[in-house]
Each structure stands twice: as structure tokens, then as C-alpha cells.
Design a protein around this ligand. Structure first.
Ligand SMILES: *Cc1c(COP(=O)(O)O)cnc(C)c1O
Length: 475
């Protein structure tokens, strides 16, 4: 097994494999337009990694070289690539029922998955539990569903002059890139160009602990952010139908973490203002931050819970919006346009539901959450060493997420000149050493599949340090 195979330098174990990789690269660049990529930069500034197959935390090239998937392929892959039990469940389902319309039709995987998601969903004392599941087929679509449901619920209740037409979201939040989801996101890179197309959203200050002033702890900073939110809700009394946030970690916003007290406060404020609380756990759901769902850290149950990414173990696209009897009842009527007509062709796809059921079985049989607690400790110990690097301004962790904030002088006040593209340099340096990191700006992070083992974690830590060293050598 070759663990440190160079990807950029051409000295792999098999010439034939290298040739194959080169041919796939060329064919790719002739026809594919890659997501989230300035294509002009392929393949010189930005390398392109052809992958032949996956195995656990490894991505394996045509020449047999191994690259560690340290970001779970955009945070989706939680049990490792080609997990045999998930593969088998999909194969079995494909021979049984591959897909069927979900309007007016039912199938066992969709029903069983809904039952099991509701059984493990966050609960809160004194609240009627989440008890209905609406499927869509990707994270952004799930967010659209939740936003439209909240808006439509008030329309149904208050009629067309319902003033509740606005959403509240957090600064630096991310909820996907379709027009509605983009409207409630606050990352300029994705949002700026499309601003004229977006629906109105009010942004509240982020509880992000990294933004806390010197001497202010994370909890106090979160309380202050909640106070500011309270003011905003007061000023817009009667205008708002829902508030959407990412509990615990603003992932795409740079793995920025906040104290769980914030969500507790938000829950109370939403109740006081009769605003629906939408928890977007698309990235943090399914054990990523420790508990099954990040809302549990705050002992809070949202009115709408968006799930995707890890839902199928990373095997197939699927999303689910869990909600309450109260929300559901708001759509019951004789009239068609009071119903929630939102639909996608592949809603509740049986293959994806079967994969999700297999993933939930793995959580139970492999005691994944308990194992993650041990893995998180190892990650914490390894990260501490990297935190001492002179260009690391902050190391933060929430369960199976660790992030390193890089800066010129190793403090919060001296970010690197973006033109240096330190993050991109680190990406290339790590890839050349057999690790796929995909920094968010100058934030490097680990978000590995839960099956990552001790040897792989050690490689990850060594390569991360080497990548930081190489990337910052220009500064
Ligand atoms: C990835 C993500 C989305 C969007 O999901 P897609 O499947 O990529 O559309 C929404 N919200 C959060 C928090 C995410 O991380």
C-alpha cells in the first residue's frame, strides 16, 4: 500500500496508470465544467485529480496511488467510500424498485426512513415532536422546501395580506446556491453576482466565537449576538415568517463555531415572536459535531429540520425536511393551492432511501457516535501540535470537525493578503502529499469520514503541517 503517493509529481508506481490518469484528465477538460471552479485555472494552478475508485477514507487513482479524503467529499461521505453494506443495500433496492413517483404512491424505503428519522430527531421537553417528513433530492432543494413551507403556512393562516414575507438568517451563513437558498446565505463569493435576483432577507450578527472581542468568551459573545437578534425581531414584528441557521458550526463560512447557548436563545426568541425556526443541519447532522444532531447540543427542537449530505452516508443525493403537526395541519384544506405542491421528479427515490436506511443501521451496529468520541480526541491531540505553528491564529473543534485559521502573524488581526492565495497553496501542497484538503479561503479543516483510522489521522496531521509550512513560505 502506497500512502504518500505524489499526485502532482509524476513518479507513481505504474506508468500505465499514469498514462491512464493523463488521458482521463484530458478527456475531462474537453467536456466537463466543474462546480465551484474557475475553469481557467485547470489544470495548471489548480490540479485535477482523476479518481478510479474509493475505499474507506481513500480515493484511489488509476496508478494505484492513494489520496486521503480528509473532507468526506464535500462533507457527504460519513462511513467511507464504497461502504459494502450501503453498496449492497443500493444493489438490492435497484433490483426491487429503482424509482417511482411519490405523489399518490408509497414505497417501503420512504416510509421506513421517515419513521426512523423521526425516531432519532431532536426533541425538546414541552414541545410536540417532529412527526412529518417531506423529501427532496439535495440540500438546497431541502432549504427551498423549508422556506416555502414557512412562508406558505402564514399565507394559509392569514391570507394574501399576510405581512410575514421575510426571512431572517445569520451573517456568514450558507444554505445552498439555488436562488431561494442563496437569498438566505451571506457568503459574498456565492451571493454577490446574483444579488439582484434574490428575495429579501434580514441578516443578524453571527454568534461566531472567532469574532469575539479580546477577553470576551464564546458564550458571552453568543449572548450578545442573541441580544442583537432580539432587537432585529422587535423592529420587524409581524414581518417575518422564519429564521434559518446552521446550528453550532457555520461550515461553508469557514467552519466558524458558536456556543450552544445561542440556539437556546434563538428558540425562545422565535417562540416569543411566532417565527418558525429552521435548523439547517445539512452539514452538521448525522453525528458530525458529536451528538446525532447539532441541535441536541442546545437541547432545542426546531420547527423545521433540513437534512441531506450525510443522510445517505454520502452515496446518493437525497434530502429530508422534518416538521411538526402544527406546520402540517396548516396546509390541510379543501383547496388545492393551500396544499404544499412543491415537488421534484426524484423526490424520495427508493435507492437513496435504502442507502439512508443502511447508513442508520451502521450508526447502530458500529456504535459510530461512541467511536467518534474517541476519534475526536485523537484529532484534538494532533491538532494541538499544529496550533503552535506561527501562522495558525486559531484551532477550533466541534466533534469530527477541526479547523485551522491561518494568518500572517498568527493572530486574528492580520489575515493574509487574499492575493497570496495561501489556502490554494496549501491545497496543492497537501494534494502533492496524498491528502485531499479543500480549504475555505485561508481556513484549513479536517472533516474526515468517521472510519478514518489512527495511521490515516497521523498522515493527515503530518501533511497538514507540511502544507501550512509550504503554503506560508511565500509570506
Ligand atoms: C451543502 C449545504 C447546503 C446545500 O446542499 P447541496 O446539496 O449542496 O445543495 C445547504 N446548507 C448547508 C448548511 C450546507 O452545508
Amino acid at each position: 500500500m502506497k500512502t504518500h503517493a505524489p499526485i502532482i509529481n509524476d513518479s507513481g508506481p505504474s506508468d500505465a496508470g499514469q498514462d491512464a490518469a493523463g488521458r482521463w484528465r484530458a478527456r475531462d477538460l474537453a467536456v466537463l465544467w466543474h462546480p465551484c471552479t474557475q475553469m481557467r485555472e485547470h489544470p495548471d494552478t489548480l490540479p485535477l485529480l482523476p479518481v478510479a475508485r474509493g475505499e474507506g477514507a481513500w480515493l484511489i487513482g488509476h496508478d494505484g496511488s492513494r489520496t486521503l479524503d480528509a473532507i468526506s467529499s464535500w462533507w457527504t461521505n460519513i462511513h467511507g467510500h464504497c461502504e459494502p453494506r450501503i453498496a449492497e443495500a443500493i444493489a438490492r433496492q435497484a433490483r426491487t424498485l429503482e424509482h417511482v413517483i411519490l405523489a399518490g404512491v408509497s414505497h417501503a424505503p420512504a416510509v421506513e426512513l421517515a419513521e426512523r428519522l423521526l425516531a432519532i430527531a431532536p426533541r425538546q421537553a414541552g414541545r410536540a415532536p417532529l412527526n412529518k417528513v417531506f423529501y427532496a433530492d439535495n440540500g438546497s432543494a431541502g432549504v427551498e422546501v423549508a422556506l416555502k413551507m414557512a412562508f406558505h403556512w402564514f399565507r394559509n393562516r392569514d391570507g394574501h395580506d399576510s405581512g410575514r414575507t421575510k426571512f431572517v438568517a445569520l451573517e456568514n451563513g450558507y444554505h445552498g446556491e439555488t436562488i431561494g437558498a442563496l437569498s438566505v446565505g451571506d457568503i459574498p463569493l456565492y451571493r454577490r453576482v446574483y444579488a439582484p435576483l434574490l428575495v429579501e432577507c434580514l441578516f443578524a450578527p453571527s454568534p461566531d466565537a472567532y469574532l469575539a472581542a479580546d477577553g470576551v468568551d464564546a458564550a458571552a459573545h453568543a449572548e450578545a449576538a442573541a441580544d442583537a437578534l432580539a432587537d432585529l425581531l422587535d423592529r420587524h414584528r409581524g414581518d417575518i415568517c422564519a429564521l434559518i441557521l446552521e446550528p453550532r458550526v457555520q461550515c461553508a463560512g469557514g467552519m466558524r463555531m458558536h456556543d450552544p447557548v445561542y440556539l437556546k436563545r434563538v428558540r425562545a426568541l422565535c417562540d416569543a415572536h411566532e417565527v418558525f425556526l429552521i435548523a439547517d443541519e445539512i452539514a452538521v447532522g448525522f453525528g458530525r459535531t458529536g451528538p446525532m444532531f447539532a441541535s441536541e447540543d442546545s437541547a432545542v427542537m426546531p420547527d423545521l429540520l433540513c437534512l441531506s449530505k450525510g443522510l445517505t452516508g454520502g452515496a446518493l443525493p437525497l434530502s429530508a425536511v422534518l416538521t411538526t403537526q402544527t406546520v402540517y395541519d396548516g396546509f390541510l384544506d379543501d383547496s388545492r393551492d393551500r396544499a404544499f405542491l412543491h415537488s421534484h421528479s426524484y423526490t424520495g427515490n427508493p435507492l437513496a432511501c435504502a442507502a439512508a436506511l443502511a447508513s442508520l443501521d451502521i450508526f447502530a451496529s458500529d456504535e459510530v457516535l461512541a467511536r467518534n468520541r474517541d476519534t475526536s480526541k485523537t484529532m484534538r491531540d494532533l491538532a494541538a501540535g499544529i496550533g503552535r505553528h506561527r501562522h495558525v491564529a486559531d484551532v477550533r473543534q466541534a466533534g469530527m470537525i477541526v479547523a485551522f485559521e491561518l494568518s500572517r502573524d498568527g493572530d486574528k488581526r492580520t489575515p493574509f493578503d487574499p492575493a497570496l492565495r495561501i489556502g490554494l497553496r496549501a491545497y496543492r501542497a497537501a494534494l502533492g502529499r496524498g491528502v485531499l484538503l479543500r480549504p475555505l479561503g485561508d481556513v484549513l479543516y479536517w472533516m474526515p469520514p468517521y472510519c478514518i483510522d489512527a495511521a490515516q489521522l497521523l498522515q493527515l496531521a503530518e501533511v497538514t503541517l507540511a502544507a501550512i509550512e509550504e503554503a506560508t513560505a511565500c509570506a
